[in-house]
Ligand binder design. Structure first.
Ligand code: FDA
Length: 394
């Protein structure tokens, strides 16, 4: 049986970062991956260009039952540290918007960079390796489809439940429970909404249409693009707010985030008394969308000139334009979610090292932990930061 200082389960973003960091410290490291390839989510990310971090990454960009937990790791390995690594490897990148950094060329470069660092640090990587059992005996004893292995430290970097075809699995939660740790309820995050009934039909007809909105759920709001789909609503605005939304809650969409709609329609009534409301709105919103909103909000008055609208009636439509309240039927779930919210309870982990408080030498890093980032490179930054601090401690 082969023995190592460290075995890491899962060769995704967090596992690769942890492996190279521990290897660079002279530790013997084995990285086990169940899939046929390592880093599948890195390759798929950012539309193939990997949004690898965010210039403005800070604890406020993360959701967790303990919002303070992520502070330590994020400050010990920052976005600037990862940017320095990217620059050291000569990978060209650019800021797309709001601090989001993408490769100019391909996400393959980020994976190649991590693999090169791992190779240099002497990390052994095994793919197509199914884990059967983990037992403790002066360290950890692993039974796998590729044989038995032993290690002093075990790092769980198996990710969350999102996108099973890209490696989503519950092994990390099961291992946490095996060692007496709490696992908080999980749900899909950064995920499109589904709609039902007339709203679903409407979004289907508008499928492909995208517009800038301000979307809100409770006290949280994001100014972003909204996209209508055949199943409901998507786009960055929806992905962002979905992480804050709970089943049954309503959301609010401001279709004219830069415009006071009440002011717009009142002025139009005075200045274009013979115009139809749809003509007025066609100047500020896509024609297709206005046609749908007309059917939804003022079907009886569709052919009425502005002058004949009662002020109250116009203000009601205006209010809906700035504050459209609707209740999603649900989300598309783990099939398309970019992250899994919830997971291994941070109260059972050291924020400085990611080591379990219930079992020494056992670590949990990356998405399996109850820390989820907003859209924009924050999830990879969490994977790098948590992977690094564990790699420094094992
Ligand atoms: P990750 O899921 O990356 O890795 C876990 C690994 O463990 C996988 O390789 C899996 O196969 C393996 N594994 C699971 N069970 C195992 C077992 N039993 N034995 C061995 N191995 C096992 N974030 C961001 O910041 N910028 C972006 O651009 C994107 N884009 C993006 C696109 C898409 C389509 C998705 C689904 C997600 C993103 N994300 C993102 C989120 C980001 O990909 C995610 O947060 C990180 O990959 C999490 O890194 P981890 O290493 O924790 O898990």
């Amino acid at each position: 049986m082969k023995s190592y200082d460290v075995i890491i389960i899962g060769a995704g973003a967090a596992g690769l970062m942890c492996a190279m960091t521990a290897g660079q410290r002279g530790k013997s490291v084995l990285l086990l991956e169940r899939a046929n390839k390592v880093g599948k989510k890195i390759l798929m990310s950012g539309g193939g260009r990997c949004n690898f971090t965010n210039l403005y990454s800070e604890p406020g960009n993360y959701l967790s039952h303990n919002p303070h937990f992520c502070k330590s790791a994020l400050s010990r390995y920052t976005q600037w540290d990862f940017i320095a690594l990217v620059e050291k490897h000569g990978i060209a990148y650019h800021e797309k918007s709001q601090g989001q950094l993408f490769c100019d060329d391909s996400s393959k470069q980020i994976l190649a960079m991590l693999l090169a660092e791992c190779e240099q640090a002497g990390v052994e990587i095994l793919t197509r390796c199914e884990l059967d059992k983990v037992e403790c005996d002066h360290g950890f004893h692993l039974d796998t489809s590729l044989g038995e292995f032993h290690a002093q430290s075990l790092v769980v970097a198996s990710g969350g439940l999102s996108i099973p075809t890209l490696g989503g699995s519950d092994i990390g939660y099961r291992l946490a429970q095996q060692y007496g740790m709490q696992v908080l309820p999980r749900r899909a995050g950064l995920v499109p909404f589904t709609l039902s009934g007339a709203l679903k039909e409407m979004s289907g007809r508008l499928s492909g249409l995208s517009l800038p909105v301000r979307i809100s759920c409770g006290s949280v709001s994001f100014p972003e693009q909204l996209l209508f789909t055949h199943r409901g609503l998507s786009g960055p605005a929806v992905l962002q707010i979905s992480s804050y939304w709970r089943e049954g809650e309503s959301i609010e969409i401001d279709l004219l985030p830069e415009t006071d709609a009440a002011d717009l329609v009142s002025k139009a009534k005075r200045q274009q008394p013979k115009s139809l409301l749809r003509t007025v709105l066609n100047a500020v919103l896509a024609k297709k969308l206005v046609t749908e909103l007309e059917q939804l909000w003022w079907p009886e008055s569709a052919e009425k000139p502005m002058a004949e609208f009662a002020d109250k009636e116009l203000l009601e439509v205006a209010k809906k334009l700035n504050h459209w309240r609707l209740t999603p039927a649900g989300t598309e779930g783990y099939r398309t979610a970019e992250v899994t919210m919830g997971g291994v309870d941070t109260h059972d982990l050291s924020s400085k090292t990611m080591e379990s408080k219930t079992r020494p030498d056992l670590y949990f890093i990356g998405e399996v932990v109850d820390v989820s980032g907003q859209l924009g490179g924050f999830n990879f930054q969490w994977a790098w930061s948590s992977g690094y601090v564990a790699g420094q401690s094992v």
